[in-house]
Design a protein. Structure first.
Length: 186
């Protein structure tokens, strides 16, 4: 499963980047200060790129595990989504599996298909609302914003938000929304 991390540039460390890439080695994508970037890189390259981002900037980082589509730069996140009535595009990051694409299309990821379907149809607010209804975790970069969709269901890893628990310092740790018990036991 992919992982998305969001937070301030100052909260990203080489060790967290290295752990994310080791678990999800099929491509990297980042967004900061209105600039998206993606490719098939190693942790050192990611840290060099981040070193040019001001420490108080919001960053989205995505490490891909290829479940749909080929391992290629084209399938690395983020994916551009044109925003209705705006001269600026949004950049979509996804963690999860979507029933999109055709079985014969082994090249493109489900996330690439989703971005194509969404592009040019929605305002930013509509896009965020819609993504909140789709199964999976999403983040959107827009101008200088880094927006985690449904962030109440994300995990905390230090001061970063993570789309899943892969990088939790304690194996098997549960996120706060899972602390309640349906049986009444704690």
């Amino acid at each position: 499963m992919c992982i998305i991390l969001t937070g301030l540039r100052s909260d990203f460390s080489e060790s967290i980047i290295e752990r994310a890439i080791n678990l999800n080695p099929h491509g990297i994508g980042m967004f900061a200060n209105g600039k998206p970037i993606k490719g098939l890189w190693k942790p050192g390259w990611v840290m060099r790129w981040l070193s040019n981002v001001p420490h108080d900037s919001r960053v989205i980082f995505h490490a891909r595990l290829a479940t749909h589509g080929a391992v290629s730069r084209a399938n690395c996140h983020p994916f551009e989504v044109r925003i209705k009535r705006s001269k600026h595009s949004a950049y979509l990051f996804h963690n999860g599996c979507l029933p999109l694409g055709s079985p014969g299309d082994k090249g493109r990821s489900d996330s690439a298909h989703l971005a194509e379907l969404l592009s040019g149809r929605y305002t930013l607010d509509q896009l965020i609302d819609l993504l909140g209804t789709i199964n999976g975790r999403f983040a959107v970069g827009y101008r200088d914003e880094a927006i985690a969709i449904n962030d109440h269901s994300w995990h905390e890893v230090g001061d970063l938000l993570a789309s899943n628990g892969q990088l939790s310092p304690i194996v098997g740790i549960r996120s706060p929304w899972q602390w309640h018990s349906t049986t009444g036991d704690i």
